[in-house]
Ligand binder design. Structure first.
Ligand code: F6P
Length: 429
């Protein structure tokens, strides 16, 4: 319900009076919106209260745009951890700027927000269609990335000095908060610089966005590890396969990898707490019944069970204890004490699931995210991120995207399906 009171309005730099140079395409009508809610009851409730149900502006090319494309300079920055599809998004933005709008100058800032901060002296890459032509075949980002924020006023000085009119920031929640601060500083200075975010996170944890790019690839890339863990488990007496997958505070990768590899017997995610003794008891019962077990643990699962959570990284994230190693050791000790000789194989695919190039689905998704980011920027939208909701690309205010983290609802349908698939006890607490 509280979602109804947040602002879904996207900021505009001014009126769009310039005819778009794009031809042979279907322009988006400014009146097109997509509803936030999908359940009829909520929409009827809103209408009965005399309110317009919450909705997002639809993304896409506008017939009239804000910027004069012939003189425009744009910038792109990639921040935070790597994610499959980063190069696809860079390529799509450059191609769209050049071929759809005739923009000839696109600077690629190096190593995240460091590239905009004067003290590092990183020289931007001048991005052309020739230069980005094949980059989508590679993982990572040709621009380089970094974590952490930089001085906002200094970054806006750089944009002003370089005459950048649209800045595309590709990153997760920290990056988007930075982009929001840049857009606010731009507003305070009365400048006409659009700041457009493209949401990036393999964890798929950005709110009001049904799926972020790279997630699909990360889930696919987790399959070899889960397959191997299962093969090892069934190939031994009392075999246990244990796989840890990325996902700090949201367990979407672990949950979807479980659905994608339905041999998994236990899926542990950060959102659902469990008692170690109950988990170990259930594991023992599984071994006694079936002779092998397969466990997938999201990296943020069970953090309350481990001691020694130390420090923070450059993004301000708490450094987590290693749930994989913890479960490995605890399972061996518990089952050993019970006189059950186990054969446990622990696999941590770690960064391998995010450093790969995007799969086909993600590549197509990245292309359209990049195109829609360009359309939004050219139409003078700012302080926004390209969203994806009910299979439509949307314009989403950054303030909404960072308002809270998207997590698995333990009472919701996804988790219920995971439980139905694994057969693990509903409550381990
Ligand atoms: O992008 C999010 C994420 O993949 C998390 O799941 C993980 O904790 C984090 O990145 C690790 O990245 P790094 O080691 O680069 O900080």
């Amino acid at each position: 319900m509280e979602d109804n009171y947040l602002s879904y309005e996207v900021l505009k730099l001014g009126e769009c009076n310039i005819p778009s140079p794009m031809t042979r395409i279907k322009f988006v009508n400014e009146e097109e919106h997509v509803l936030y809610h999908s359940n009829l009851e909520e929409i009827v409730h809103q209408l009965n209260e005399g309110k317009r149900p919450p909705h997002f502006e639809i993304a896409g090319p506008r017939e009239k745009i804000f910027f004069d494309h012939s003189k425009l300079k744009c910038g792109i920055v990639t921040c935070g951890g790597l994610c499959p599809g980063l190069n696809d998004v860079i390529r799509a933005i450059v191609m769209s700027l050049f071929y759809h709008y005739g923009v000839k100058t696109v600077s690629g800032f190096r190593f995240g927000y460091e590239g905009l901060a004067s003290k590092y002296g990183h020289v931007p890459l001048e991005l052309t269609p020739e230069m980005v032509n094949n980059i989508h075949q590679m993982g990572g980002t040709i621009l380089g990335s970094s974590r952490g924020s930089q001085d906002i006023a200094d970054m806006v000085d750089t944009l002003e000095q370089m005459n950048v009119s649209i800045l595309f920031t590709i990153g997760g929640d920290g990056t988007l908060r930075g982009a929001q601060a840049i857009a606010e500083e731009v507003g305070r200075r009365g400048l006409k610089i659009a700041v457009i975010g493209v949401p990036k996170t393999i964890d798929n944890d950005i709110s009001y966005i049904q799926q972020s790019f790279g997630f699909d690839t990360a889930v696919s890339e987790s399959r070899p590890a889960i397959y191997s863990a299962h093969t090892e488990a069934v190939g031994a007496r009392n075999g246990i396969g244990l796989v840890k997958l990325m996902g700090r505070e949201s367990g979407f990768i672990a949950a979807h990898a479980t659905l994608a590899n339905s041999e998994v017997n236990f899926c542990l995610v950060p959102e659902v707490r469990f008692k170690l003794e109950l988990f170990l008891k259930a594991l023992r019962e599984r071994l006694e019944k079936r002779g092998h077990a397969l466990i997938v643990a999201g990296e943020g699962a069970g953090q309350d069970l481990m001691e020694g959570i130390h420090g923070r990284d450059a993004s301000g994230h708490i450094s987590f204890g290693d749930i994989g190693i913890f479960l490995r050791d605890q399972s061996k000790a518990y089952l050993g004490k019970a006189g059950i000789e186990v054969n446990l194989k622990y696999i941590d695919p770690s960064y391998t699931i995010r450093s790969m190039p995007a799969n086909g689905r993600d590549s197509a998704f990245c292309l359209l995210l990049g195109y829609n980011a360009v359309h939004a920027g050219m139409a003078g939208r700012t302080n926004m991120v390209v969203g994806f909701w009910k299979n439509e690309f949307t314009h989403l205010p950054i303030s909404l995207a960072v308002s809270h983290r998207k997590t698995i609802d333990p009472g919701g349908r996804l988790w219920s399906n995971v439980l139905a698939c694994t057969g693990q006890p509903r409550e381990l607490i």
